[in-house]
Write a protein that binds this ligand. Structure first.
Ligand code: COI
Length: 341
């Protein structure tokens, strides 16, 4: 339109994909550097059936947002953090990766090329999704001979249908997300498909999302499907230490830094589920999720009468603007008491 926006209804945006005009693409061979990336029209890509990413999951993604401020300026939130995290992940997955400056430059180009899709101030953001993929063909289990760095973008608003209402989390005690020495601490594409089954189960039972426990003991909380978790007890803010099995979120890091700057005590330490159930407050952080309050935690199919049991106690109503205010179907729930040492 005359203000430079595409003609879409900004008020009904959720976290669905809205395809935009351009994507960024850069390729390189194994043991070489990424150079000469460029913007191309958004669209499908062609891959060999033997592409390493399709067969063996050699791939990483990132997530970041471009926001249009009231004064019209477009800003990116800490893109250097995403660039560095992709480099760390690439090392774990045996992939070459773009250096920080070319990464940020590519993200900027993608955001600006799709500027008319960046929502008006206060109506959401442009979610930018960098991908690093082993696209070369290979049959044996080994790193791909060729790599593709791609960035696409989509305007988004709220990740959860609960919008600003509190989340009802289900503590998953059958399925684990990550284990010691695995890839849980990097943004490997392989971390996400195995989380779909427990997430679907939790959603079918009326929960908003799943909270995973550490795979070694099943005692300590780790993270939610697409976000990190924090708790507050007696004004002290705590969150589990990332230590290889938890994704080091950029919003998590920012939350810790801002809370400390504001004078809060913030601890990164192991948190037993029981301790979370006794918390005064809990909340989740993530790029897609931003910051959302937790209204209830259900552990071993029991929604405890703990201070966190219902959202009213932290000033939110779990039924506000959402349909999450109903009792989960416990019969469907296969959970039980987990034996721990
Ligand atoms: C993000 O917050 O950017 C994420 O990567 C979460 C994603 C799985 C939606």
């Amino acid at each position: 339109d005359e203000n430079g926006y595409v003609d879409i209804d900004w008020d009904t945006l959720g976290f669905g994909l809205t395809s935009t005009d351009y994507m960024y693409k850069m390729k390189c061979f194994k043991d070489e550097e990424f150079t000469e990336g460029k913007l191309i029209p958004y669209g499908n890509i062609e891959l060999s059936p033997a592409a390493c990413v399709l067969n063996y999951g050699q791939g990483l993604f990132e997530g970041m947002k471009a926001i249009r401020r009231e004064d019209g300026k477009v800003v990116l939130f800490r893109p250097d953090e995403n660039a560095l995290r992709m480099r760390i992940g690439a090392e774990r997955m045996c992939m070459p990766s773009p250096s920080v400056d070319p990464f940020i430059d590519a993200v900027k180009q993608t955001a600006l090329a799709n500027k008319r899709w960046i929502p008006p101030p206060g109506k959401g953001s442009l979610y930018i999704r960098p991908l690093l993929l082993g696209t070369g063909a290979i049959l044996g289990v080994a790193p791909a001979p060729e790599y593709t760095f791609l960035i696409y973008a989509s305007p988004v608003r709220n990740y959860f249908k609960e919008e600003s209402a509190a989340l009802n989390l289900y503590v998953e005690d059958q399925f684990d997300r990550a284990s010691r020495g695995g890839a849980g601490g990097v943004k490997s594409i392989t971390n996400y498909a195995p989380a779909m089954k427990p997430l679907a189960k939790a959603k079918n039972n009326g929960y908003s999302d799943v909270l995973y426990l550490d795979s070694a003991t099943g005692k300590y909380i780790e993270e939610v499907s697409a976000c990190n978790i924090f708790m507050v007890k007696d004004k002290i803010i705590s969150t589990p230490p990332t230590k290889g099995t938890i994704l080091p979120g950029v919003t998590r890091k920012s939350m810790i830094e801002i809370a400390r700057e504001q004078g809060f005590k913030v601890e990164e330490r192991q948190i037993a589920v029981e301790e979370l159930l006794e918390a005064d407050e809990a909340f989740c952080t993530g790029t897609a999720v931003v910051v959302v309050p937790v209204g209830s935690i259900t552990y071993q199919a029991k929604r405890p009468e703990s201070p966190l049991g219902y959202a009213e106690l932290i000033g939110y109503s779990s039924s506000e603007g959402s349909d999450t205010n109903y009792e989960p179907d416990l019969e469907e729930n296969e959970g039980g008491t987990r034996e721990v040492n």
